[in-house]
Design a protein around this ligand. Structure first.
Ligand code: NAD
Length: 495
C-alpha cells in the first residue's frame, strides 16, 4: 500500500478538506506508486491563507540576519540529504541522477546565497535637495506570497522562489506541480527542521484548481509562477484584474548556433547535453540547432550518430543517459509534433518513435532529430518540451541571428564560434534573456538573474540579486530635522 502524504497547513500535516487524493507514479515504471498526495481545493487554500497571515506577523518582525540563519541551516540540511533527495526526485520526475543532484545543488546554492543576503538587504541613503533632511529607502516584507511551480526542476525552482521570499520576511504558500509533489514535501520537512516557524510555510498539493484558488485569493498579493506560457497567460489575466504583483517564467524555443569556425567536438557535446538532457524537458533546452551551411552535413551526421547511441532507461541506473518523459500526455504531445514535422516536409533523421521492450513500462521516447526544418514552420516555432531537435541550415551569421530571434519566446540562446568579434556581436544581437558562448543553452548559475524576454516572461528575474526586489516593497522615508517647513521643488538653495 502506497504511503499517504498530507498538506502542511496551520503548522501541522493535515488531510485535505475534502479527503481526496491523487497518485504520484514513477514515469520510468508506472507500476511504481510513490504515494498518494492531497487533491486539495479552495477550502484548503483558505485555511492556508489564515495560517500564513499569522506566520507573516511573526516572521516579518524577525530580523533579516536571523531569517538568513534559518536558510543557512536549510542549506546545511540539503547538503546532508542531497543524495537521498536526488534519488527520490529521479523516482518521481525521471531525469538521471547526475541531473537531480544538480537540481538539489541549485537549491543549496540558493539557500547559502539567501543566507548571506540576510545581512545585505540594502536600502539606500541619498542626499536630499533640502538642508537638514535625510532621504532614504529600505525594503519591507509584503505579506503572503503564492508560489506555483512546474515539474521539471522539482527542487531548484521552488527554492529559487521560496528562499528569497522568506529571506525578505514574507510567508509562503507553495503549490508544487502535481507531477512531482514528493520533492517539495521533503523540502518542507527540512525547513521545519531548520527552525522556520511553522506557520510561515504552507504546502498545498493539487492541480490547476488549487493553483487558481491561490491566484485569485484576495489576501495573496504576490504570485510567482513558472510553467507554460498558456497557463501564465491565464494567471496574468487574474493578477492584472486584482492588481497583484506577478512574476512569470514561461516557455522557450532555444537555439544553438554553430558557425563554420566552431570547435565541432565541443559543439557536439554541447548539443547532446542541451537537447536531450532532462529528455528535452527544460525551459532552456536546445530545441533548435542552427547550422552554418559549410559544416551542416558533417556536423549533423555526427550529432545524429551520437544522439542515436544515447541509452534510454531508469535515471537511477548508472548507465542511463536519457530518462522518460513526465507522463503520457507529454509523450502524446511529442508524437503530435513528430507528425506535424513530417507533414511540414522536414526530414526525420533519427528517432520519431517509442522504444519497445522493457521500456514499455514507462513514458519513454527515442531522441529525435529533424533536418531541413523551415524557419517559421510549426516545428521550428512551437515549444514541444521533449527530446526533439529541429535543425535549420543557414548561410551566414546574420541569417542565424534572424532565425534565432524570429520566435515568440526569448529565454536562452547559444553560439559556438572561435571569432571573438562575432561572439560579442551575438551577445548584443541575440534577443534572449541569457546567451552562452561556446556552451549550450542550459547551465544557469544560482547567483545570477535568470529569465527571458518576449513570451517567456514579464520582465522579472529569478535568481541572483534581482529577485529580492520582487519579494520586497521599497519604502522611502524622509526625515526633516530643520525644525521648519521646507517645501521640495519650491524652496531651493542657490549656491
Ligand atoms: P504547466 O503550466 O502545465 O503547470 C505549471 C504549474 O501550474 C503546475 O503546478 C500546475 O498545476 C499549475 N497550473 C496549471 N493550470 C493552472 C491555472 N489555471 N492556474 C494556476 N495554476 C495552474 O507547466 P508544466 O508542464 O509543469 O511545466 C512545463 C512548462 O514550464 C514549459 O512550458 C516550460 O518551458 C516551462 N518552464 C519555464 C521555466 C522558466 O524559468 N522560464 C522553467 C521551467 C519550466
Amino acid at each position: 500500500m502506497a504511503r499517504t502524504f498530507r498538506n502542511f497547513i496551520g503548522g501541522e500535516w493535515v488531510e485535505p478538506a475534502e479527503g481526496r487524493y491523487f497518485q504520484n507514479r514513477n514515469p520510468a515504471d508506472h507500476a511504481d506508486v510513490i504515494g498518494r498526495f492531497p487533491d486539495s481545493t479552495a477550502r484548503d487554500v483558505d485555511e492556508a491563507v489564515r495560517s500564513a497571515r499569522r506566520g507573516f506577523t511573526l516572521w516579518s518582525r524577525t530580523p533579516a540576519p536571523a531569517r538568513g540563519d534559518v536558510l543557512r541551516r536549510v542549506g546545511d540540511l540539503l547538503v546532508e540529504r542531497k543524495e537521498k533527495i536526488a534519488d527520490a526526485m529521479t523516482r518521481e520526475m525521471g531525469k538521471v541522477l547526475a541531473e537531480t543532484r544538480g537540481d538539489v545543488q541549485e537549491g543549496i546554492d540558493t539557500a547559502f546565497y539567501a543566507a548571506t543576503e540576510g545581512r545585505r538587504l540594502f536600502g539606500q541613503v541619498v542626499p536630499s535637495e533640502l538642508r537638514s533632511k535625510w532621504a532614504m529607502s529600505y525594503r519591507r516584507p509584503i505579506g503572503v506570497v503564492g508560489l506555483i511551480t512546474p515539474f521539471n526542476f522539482p527542487m531548484a525552482i521552488p527554492t529559487w522562489k521560496m528562499f528569497p521570499a522568506l529571506l525578505c520576511g514574507n510567508a509562503v504558500i507553495i503549490k508544487p506541480s502535481e507531477d512531482v509533489p514528493h520533492t517539495v514535501h521533503l523540502l518542507v520537512e527540512i525547513l521545519l527542521e531548520a527552525g522556520l516557524p511553522p506557520e510561515v510555510i504552507q504546502l498545498v498539493h493539487g492541480g490547476s484548481d488549487v493553483g487558481e484558488a491561490i491566484v485569485s485569493h484576495p489576501e495573496i498579493p504576490v504570485i510567482s509562477f513558472t510553467g507554460s506560457t498558456e497557463t501564465g497567460a491565464i494567471i496574468g489575466e487574474t493578477c492584472g484584474r486584482m492588481h497583484k504583483r506577478l512574476s512569470l517564467e514561461m516557455g522557450g524555443k532555444n537555439a544553438m548556433i554553430v558557425m563554420d569556425d566552431a570547435d565541432l567536438d565541443l559543439a557536439l557535446e554541447g548539443v547532446l547535453w542541451g537537447a536531450f538532457g532532462t529528455t528535452g524537458q527544460r525551459c532552456t533546452a536546445t530545441s533548435r540547432l542552427i547550422l552554418h551551411r559549410k559544416i551542416h552535413d558533417r556536423f549533423l551526421a555526427r550529432v545524429a550518430d551520437a544522439a542515436d547511441a544515447l541509452r534510454l532507461g531508469d535515471g537511477r541506473v548508472d548507465r542511463t543517459d536519457v530518462g522518460p518523459l513526465i507522463h503520457e500526455a507529454s509523450r502524446e504531445k511529442v508524437e503530435r509534433y513528430v507528425a506535424i514535422g513530417q507533414d511540414e516536409g522536414a526530414e526525420l533523421v533519427i528517432g520519431g518513435r517509442r522504444p519497445g521492450g522493457r521500456l514499455a513500462a514507462g513514458t519513454f521516447y527515442r531522441p529525435t532529430i529533424f533536418a531541413g526544418v523551415k524557419p517559421r514552420s510549426r516545428l521550428e516555432q512551437e515549444e514541444i518540451f521533449g527530446p526533439v531537435l529541429s535543425v535549420i541550415r543557414v548561410g551566414s551569421f546574420d541569417d542565424a541571428v534572424r532565425v534565432n530571434n524570429d520566435v515568440r519566446y526569448g529565454l536562452s540562446s547559444s553560439i559556438y564560434t572561435s571569432d571573438v568579434n562575432r561572439a560579442f556581436r551575438a551577445l548584443e544581437l541575440l534577443d534572449n534573456g541569457i546567451t552562452y558562448v561556446n556552451a549550450p543553452t542550459i547551465g544557469a548559475e544560482a547567483h545570477l538573474p535568470f529569465g527571458g524576454v518576449k513570451a517567456t516572461g514579464n520582465g522579472h528575474r529569478e535568481g541572483g540579486w534581482e529577485v529580492y526586489d520582487f519579494y520586497s516593497e521599497t519604502k522611502v522615508c524622509y526625515v526633516d530635522y530643520s525644525g521648519r517647513l521646507q517645501r521640495a521643488q519650491i524652496d531651493t538653495y542657490d549656491v
